[in-house]
Every structure is written in C-alpha cells, then in structure tokens.
Design a protein around this ligand. Structure first.
Ligand code: HMG
Ligand code: MG
Length: 305
C-alpha cells in the first residue's frame, strides 16, 4: 500500500504559533524534513500578512528552499494578490481554500461561500496560465466552531464546485478536531459516490485525541493521502479551541508498525520537531515525538553512568 503524506507543519502549524520563526529556521526545518524523506511539503501561505503575520515571509522562504527535482513545495493562495505573489516564486503547487460552513468562511477569509468562488476562479486561471496544479481545501467538514454540525450535502456542494473550478485533489479538513471514525466513514462514503477516493486527502486535527483513529478509518476506506504536521504543530486560528494537526510522527509510527513503508525516517522527523520545539519554546503534542525524546534522554543518562 502506498501512502502519500503531505507535511503541512510549516504552513498549518506555524500559522498558529505565538512565536514567529525566522526564515532561516524555516529553511532548516524544510531541510530536516526532506532529509527524513518527506517529498510533499506545504511550506507557507500567500495570504494577507495582516491576517497571518507568522507567514509574512512567504516569498523570501520560497526563494531560499533547496530546489530539488523530487520535492514538491506547495503554498496556500487565497486570491489574485496571493497568486501574483506566489507566481513570482519557485513554489510548484498552490492550494485554494474555503469552508463548508458559512460563518467559518466569513471569519477566515472575510467572504460568503458564494462570493468566494469568483475569487478562486481567478486564482485557478492564473495557475492554469503558469501550468501550476492546484489543490482545494474544504475546512470544517465535520463541524464548525460557530454553527456546530455541518450537513453532508453542504460539504458535497462545496467539493463539487471546487472540482468544477479544476482542483486536482480535495483535502477534507476536520478543522476543529471533532470527528470520530464513524463520521469519517459516513462522509467518505457519501463523497465516494461523486469523487474518486484518489482525489481525496484526509486532513485531521487531534484536538480531542481522535486524529489517528480518524486517519486509520480513512485509510481503511481507501484514502491514500494524509496531511500531517511535524510534532503535531498547529491548528486553525479562527476556530476557537482547535489545537494540533495530526502529528506526522504519530502517523509514521502507526504506518511502520502496520507494515506500510513510507520511505520516511521517523527518527529524523523527530529530530526536526525537536528543533522546532526549541524555537517555539513549547513541547509539541506528538506522543511518538515525546516518547522518542524521553528514550534519547534515558540513553544519554545511561551513557553517562
Ligand atoms: P480582506 O481584508 O477581505 O482583503 O482579506 P481585501 O481584498 O479587502 O484586502 C485588504 C488588504 O489586504 C489590502 O491591503 C490588500 O492588498 C491586502 P491594503 O490596501 O489594506 O494595504 N491583501 C493581501 N496582501 C497580501 N497577500 C494577499 C492579500 N490579499 C489582500 N493575498 C484575505 C481577505 C483572504 C486576504 C484574508 O482574509 C486572509 O488573508 N485570510 C487568510 C486566513 C488564513 O490564512 N487562514 C488560515 C488558513 S485556512 C486553514 O488553516 C484551514 C486548513 O488548514 C484546513 C483545515 O485545517 O481544516 C486549510
Ligand atoms: Mg489544518
């Protein structure tokens, strides 16, 4: 079984951190992840720096990333201005985004869902002119922090519009981490009737500790692309209570133990997350990361005895 992991920590993770990492430190994180074997990295956003100051260095970062033939760098692009900025950088892929729930969409990008489509159409047109592939994100698919449960038909409607606009893949986001495996399977089964599973990615948050179970449920149903974040860094700044994307290390450990090879070196990802912890001045929530670091400390103590 081939699983594609999309590392979103540098974007989805850092956008939610209090500390703003220096561009050179972000480059070091990207290098660490690439050395570990990660090939798909969402590195930044060309959104308004007033809204997300943590990613204001998007263009500088993009220019400093090592250009490697087998590594794909992706960034979020919200509108024409973002597309113009991204288009002047070596970013390979763009991602457009909107929410399945009206209130979250307005709070996140200052527009109704319906008014968002013409903006995204412009982005898609600019991408087409440059031969750039675009992914589509749908946030709040399992629940909205303002509206509660989000009807499946609403999610499907947004997915359908995104596909009509020409995105090659849709990432379904459990933005506030409320899903459980039953809900994941229910939504995926409904989606599957309209969208091939190869075009769907799972974007889970571990807010309530169900992220890994949800990812597993998605894999069982046939999803082969998962978004993860090193150390479990991240969340959505406009979804109160949301904390922590599903951790790359936790998913890697699970896959490894299940006999699924990803070609990614877990220890090297942990080392990179440890660097991020130091920079962000907080312990990251990944259980596998913390157990790796505890073991390393024990071994070091043992050596000193
Ligand atoms: P707005 O204020 O409505 O935009 O924001 P505007 O078009 O009225 O422009 C206002 C000012 O912003 C202008 O500057 C524009 O030039 C500037 P001024 O004239 O005042 O000096 N501006 C920009 N500057 C740089 N880059 C741009 C840009 N656009 C406008 N692209 C906007 C609309 C969409 C820009 C804003 O709401 C925004 O940036 N939102 C981003 C919010 C965000 O990044 N949220 C997190 C990502 S989504 C997420 O995390 C969920 C996901 O991970 C899935 C999941 O977890 O479930 C994907
Ligand atoms: Mg997210």
């Amino acid at each position: 079984m081939q699983i594609k992991l999309v590392e979103v920590g540098l974007r989805d993770g850092l956008q939610n951190e209090r500390v703003i990492l220096a561009t050179e430190d972000k480059v070091k994180v990207a290098q660490g992840l690439i050395k570990a074997g990660i090939r798909h990295l969402e590195v930044t956003s060309f959104v308004s720096p007033k809204w997300i100051p943590q990613l204001a260095d998007a263009a500088q970062l993009a220019h400093q990333l090592p250009p490697l033939a087998d590594v794909v760098y992706r960034a979020l692009v919200p509108n024409r201005r973002g597309a113009e900025r991204a288009g002047q950088t070596p970013i390979h892929e763009w991602a457009v985004f909107l929410s399945a729930s009206e209130t979250h969409n307005r709070k996140n990008i200052n527009k109704s869902i319906e008014d968002t489509y013409p903006v995204l159409r412009e982005v898609m047109e600019l991408a087409r002119q440059q031969g750039i592939r675009v992914r589509g994100y749908v946030s709040t698919v399992f629940g909205c922090p303002y509206e509660g449960e989000v009807p499946t038909e609403q999610v499907l409607r947004v997915c359908e519009r995104l596909l009509q606009l020409g995105v090659y893949e849709i990432s379904l986001g459990d933005t506030i981490g409320v899903a459980t495996p039953k809900a994941v399977k229910r939504l995926l089964r409904a989606c599957q009737r309209h969208i091939p599973l190869e075009q769907i990615a799972g974007h889970f948050h571990d807010t309530r500790g169900t992220g890994l179970a949800n990812a597993y449920a998605a894999l069982e149903l046939g999803v082969r692309t998962l978004d993860t974040s090193l150390g479990g860094l991240g969340g959505c700044p406009y979804a109160p209570g949301a904390a922590g994307n599903l951790a790359t290390e936790d998913v890697l450990y699970l896959l490894e133990q299940e006999g699924i090879d990803t070609g990614i070196d877990l220890a090297l990802v942990c080392e990179t997350s440890d660097f991020v912890q130091t920079k962000c001045k907080r312990a990251l929530p990944s259980k596998v990361l913390q157990s790796y670091l505890a073991q390393k400390r024990d071994e070091k103590r043992g050596d000193g005895d």
